[in-house]
Design a binder for this molecule. Structure first.
Ligand SMILES: Nc1ncnc2c1ncn2[C@@H]1O[C@H](COP(=O)(O)OP(=O)(O)OP(=O)(O)O)[C@@H](O)[C@H]1O
Ligand SMILES: [K+]
Ligand SMILES: [Mg+2]
Length: 687
């Protein structure tokens, strides 16, 4: 067998380089986004954004009015209202465009290849990869491309997944354990594996990635929907206000044209946030993708911004997950060769990496007796072994095997506990080996030492999480002593040992009942229920298909500390949305005071005191406000896409700071902007 390369799982930093090169927004991106923006002007697409739909209807109305009754002012307002809608769709289109290049390179992975499909009778036929269905078994040898998503059911191989993950170091994929999932389009570098296909055509992992980076599957989150309803209500109110203003103005002999009132209405409704809302959401998902995290829903990204507790599986998440047998220790009275024989016997059927490592460690030839029934490992029993006529062998977690020995009339010698304790306190996983032969009570033979290594640099990252106010809890099926040793080494706040899949699920529910937002990182099939229940379920890409399907995010780098980035991006998304909503509404209030006095000052000279801006003429005031209202959308697109900067600090301090910058800033900006625009605009002939 090949030597397993643990470096392949070491934390990598390549994605950070990627981020900085891609986050620069350039003019070309805007230009490329124009066709998409024009398509989005279709009212059937625009109704998703009620505020912008109202602007579009307003633009249609002023177009008609200007045709019927041409005036410079009418055409200027019309032109800028159309630009306002276009800038809104442009924001979304630019946000989407950033995933398009990535989607194109992913599509290259979907090229049809040939596959060697193995029928149930063992015959192998060559078929097209497009003909593969879930359940098919294919053979893939060094140098070949894996034709579809699946689980390795035989063998172990090193695989180049760089096309999907961007990480050039090969990874190990093997049957039985928590590193069995392979992705279609990746390449086998050494050895041969048999893969059971798990996805139907069109529903592969890469298909999902493409849909995700293109934003085509994006659905509004409940928060976005709530905000949209609020914006639509504000819009409705201003529609009524401006509509009735026409008659009130007439009644007071201060007639205002419908063009002026439409312009006023557009200035007052929350167009800025209405235009940028969807771009902010898309940008959040995009930022995650560039960190090599695939979020299956926007809701998960938002939830990440509010996480209080992070639960992590131990093996494969906190440790490299390359748990291997290093020694077998006999209890007093048992020979080394005896304990080794039974340890190997108990592992003949054990297809987990742990089981195979035991078979490899022990050189003695051992064969299963005739009539053997193999007992596979399960996370529930935490044991594996075999049953033969007159012979039962088990190995597994200390508590599980102790219970089994007692059930079968035996007692466990004190020395066992000492050996188990010794291995556990060093952070190793002890597997107790026991046997029951016909006519005698079960007895313990010795203990297998499984070694695993804590991932490098994980401690510092957990410290960071603590600084962000997030509690880390390790949950493991392993015994309490091992758990404690690894917990101390990794620096988690707390741990839960001897946890079954149900225990993991129960712990999450309990935390959620306490009002906490729970994130969970895991890789195993036994983590799947917990990953599904967690508010943010991050599956390691190295993990099983079940885990990857249960979670709402997949980390392509299989780095649990990535949660720090995920939380930051989630917080940044929430803060950006909050900041731009504040700015937008403050802006609209300011515009009200900027325009209204100018509109009515001719009829009501008393308004002069309010007319602090001294805009040149009422017409120029209206046009300047409309132009400002449109330009502010374009001006804020980069901020919406990049996100407001997030620094770890208390929620209170953040709120105060943002209210000050975006609230007060939003109030002042229109006065300055409109005044400046008015200086030029009032010179336009005919206005
Ligand atoms: N192949 C095996 N045969 C027998 N017992 C095993 C085997 N593999 C693991 N065990 C025992 O079962 C326990 C639970 O293993 P499992 O892989 O389900 O852990 P887990 O819940 O995923 O937690 P973690 O991944 O954090 O260790 C292990 O701690 C070990 O004591
Ligand atoms: K507005
Ligand atoms: Mg596990």
């Amino acid at each position: 067998m090949t030597t397993l390369d643990t470096n392949a799982h070491s934390m990598n930093t390549h994605e950070h380089a990627q981020v900085s090169s891609q986050s620069v927004l350039n003019a070309a991106q805007f230009v490329q986004a124009v066709p998409g923006a024009l398509r989005k002007l279709d009212p059937r697409a625009l109704w998703q954004t009620p505020v912008m739909l109202v602007v579009e209807i307003g633009a249609v109305a002023t177009t008609v009015m200007s045709i019927l009754d041409a005036s410079v002012m009418g055409w200027l307002v019309t032109f800028w209202l159309w630009l306002t809608v276009l800038f809104g769709t442009l924001a979304e289109s630019v946000a989407e465009g950033r995933g398009k290049a990535q989607a194109a390179s992913l599509r290259a992975l979907q090229e049809e290849t040939t596959a060697r499909r193995r029928a149930s009778d063992g015959t192998v036929e060559v078929v097209s990869s497009a003909a593969l269905r879930a359940g098919d078994v294919v053979l893939v040898t060094a140098g070949e491309r894996i034709p579809g998503d699946g689980d390795v059911i035989e063998g172990v191989a090193s695989v180049d997944e760089s096309a999907v993950t961007g990480e050039s170091a090969p990874v190990i994929r093997e049957s039985g354990g928590d590193r069995s999932a392979v992705t279609g389009g990746t390449t086998v570098l050494s050895d041969e594996i048999a893969v059971r296909i798990t996805s139907e055509p069109g529903h592969s992992f890469v298909d999902r990635m493409i849909a995700l980076v293109e934003g085509s599957e994006r659905q509004k989150t409940p928060n976005e929907i709530a905000l949209n309803v609020l914006l639509a209500s504000l819009t409705a109110i201003f529609l009524v206000v401006c509509g009735t203003l026409y008659y009130q103005a007439d009644y007071s002999h201060a007639h205002q044209s419908w063009i002026v009132l439409t312009a006023l209405m557009v200035c007052l409704i929350p167009t800025t946030i209405g235009a940028l809302l969807s771009a902010i959401g898309i940008a959040g998902m995009d930022r995650l993708v560039r960190r090599n995290v695939l979020a299956m829903s926007g809701r998960a990204v938002e939830a990440a911004g509010d996480v209080d507790v992070l639960l992590l599986d131990k093996t494969g998440t906190i440790t490299y997950g390359n748990r291997r047998a290093t020694e077998v220790v006999p209890v007093p009275g048992v020979t080394q060769s005896d304990v080794e024989t039974y340890a190997k016997l108990s592992s003949l059927a054990d297809e987990t990496p742990e089981g195979r490592s035991i078979v490899e460690l022990i050189s003695a030839d051992v064969a299963a007796p005739a009539g053997t029934v193999l007992v596979e490992f399960s996370a529930m029993t935490r044991m594996s072994g075999l049953d033969a006529p007159g012979l039962q062998v088990r190995k597994g977690a200390g508590s599980a095997v102790t219970a089994w020995v007692a059930e079968n009339g035996g007692t466990v010698p004190d020395a066992t506990d000492d050996i188990v304790l010794g291995i556990s306190s060093a952070g190793g996983t002890p597997l107790v080996v026991a046997v029951q032969e016909a006519g005698s009570a079960a007895r313990v033979l010795g203990v297998i030492h499984l070694k695993d290594v804590v991932k490098e640099g994980i401690r510092e990252r957990f410290d960071e999480l603590r600084a962000m106010g997030i509690r880390t809890v390790m949950i493991t099926g392993d015994n309490a002593v091992t758990a404690k040793a690894i917990a101390a080494e990794a620096g988690v706040d707390d741990f839960l040992a001897e946890a079954t899949p149900e225990d993991k699920l129960a712990l999450i529910r309990e935390q959620q009942r306490g009002g906490r937002m729970v994130a969970m990182c895991g890789d195993g099939t036994n983590d799947a229920p917990a990953l599904a229940q967690a508010d943010v379920g991050v599956a390691m890409n190295t993990g099983t298909t079940a885990a990857k399907e249960a979670g709402n995010m997949v980390d392509l780098d299989s780095d649990p500390t990535k949660l720090i980035d995920i939380v930051e991006i989630g917080k940044q998304l929430l803060i950006t949305r909050g900041a731009l909503t504040t700015f937008s509404i403050a802006n609209d209030i300011a515009k009200y005071f900027a325009i209204l006095p100018a509109m009515f000052v001719a009829s009501f000279p008393q308004l002069k005191v309010l007319n602090i801006m001294h805009l040149a003429t009422p017409q120029s005031a209206i046009v300047s406000a409309v132009v400002f209202n449109a330009l502010i959308i374009v001006a804020l697109i980069p901020l919406a896409l990049k996100g407001v900067r997030y620094r770890p600090s208390s929620a209170d301090a953040l709120l105060k700071r943002n209210l000050l910058i975006y609230g007060v800033g939003g109030l002042i900006a229109p006065f300055l902007g409109i005044k400046l625009l008015d200086l030029g605009i009032h010179l336009i002939p005919g206005l």
